[in-house]
Design a protein around this ligand. Structure first.
Ligand code: 13P
Length: 251
């Protein structure tokens, strides 16, 4: 089985102003050589238009951090998939644990958003992962797979490229505690097992990322595992040097 191409997605979260984003992207493009991986920036909505102008058709893709599950209309503050598509957005992080926790997004909402993204030609990066309490109780696999099934309920795809899954154990996000590469592999293999049930024709080629305190010195070991096809990176994605360090580590 050939692995899908490694996909490194940079989740800036709520960081950088629009003008800082543009400057940062220009710096990154100036320092990147030819890439052997897929790379994309997941930026705050207000920065997407500026970034779209800088990134254009470069080898760095553009992504959002959320989308509305609705097409259009009276949803104050929301941003639709069609609006994002119009800006050249290719990806959207969906169901990040911070949105699940602080914005009370249920699995059903996550699934509706993922379907909405796919309907509009945007690839959802659907996030799942257990909290520390589930891991300490030894329930991380059942919890995460249950969340995965709920977050993909009614979501259909036409090719392996239509969907990305990110396994992000909540206890490893922003804490400096990384799951071991073997922990990441074990859960990503479980996730792929569910994908085989849901999407038998495509499961082997669907990108499954790991996220949680990934940085230049651990990315290679994690992404070297058979069922881990890339990373969703927060903190280490904020500095250009962090990104070039990770890109180099994957060469
Ligand atoms: P950190 O890389 O800062 O741990 O964040 C991970 C994350 O939440 C990416 O979506």
């Amino acid at each position: 089985m050939t692995k899908p191409q490694t996909f490194l997605a940079l989740n800036w979260k709520m960081n950088k102003t629009p003008s800082e984003s543009v400057q940062w992207a220009e710096d990154l493009l100036g320092q990147l050589g030819d890439l052997n991986i897929k790379l994309a920036i997941m930026a705050p909505s207000v920065s997407l238009a500026g970034l779209s102008g800088v990134l254009g058709d470069s080898q760095v893709g553009l992504g959002a951090q959320d989308i509305s599950q609705h097409d259009s209309g009276a949803y104050t503050g929301e941003v639709s998939a069609a609006m994002l598509k119009d800006l050249g957005v290719k990806y959207a992080v969906i169901g990040h644990s911070e949105r699940r926790e602080y914005h009370f997004e249920s699995d059903a909402v996550v699934a509706a958003k993922a379907a909405q993204a796919i309907k509009n030609g945007i690839v959802p990066i659907v996030c799942v992962g257990e909290k520390l309490s589930e891991r300490e109780a030894g329930e991380q696999v059942s919890y995460t797979l249950n969340q995965l099934r709920g977050s993909l309920a009614g979501v259909s795809i036409q090719s392996a490229d239509d969907l990305v899954i990110a396994y992000e154990p909540v206890w490893a996000i922003g804490t400096g505690k990384t799951a071991t590469a073997q922990d990441a592999e074990d859960m990503c293999a479980e996730i792929r097992g569910v994908l085989k049930e849901l999407y038998p024709a495509f499961a082997k080629q669907i990108v499954v990322q790991y996220g949680g305190s990934v940085k230049p010195d651990n990315i290679q070991e994690i992404c070297g595992k058979p069922n881990v096809n890339g990373a969703l990176v927060g903190g280490a994605s904020l500095q250009v040097a962090g990104v070039t360090g990770m890109v180099d580590a994957l060469k």
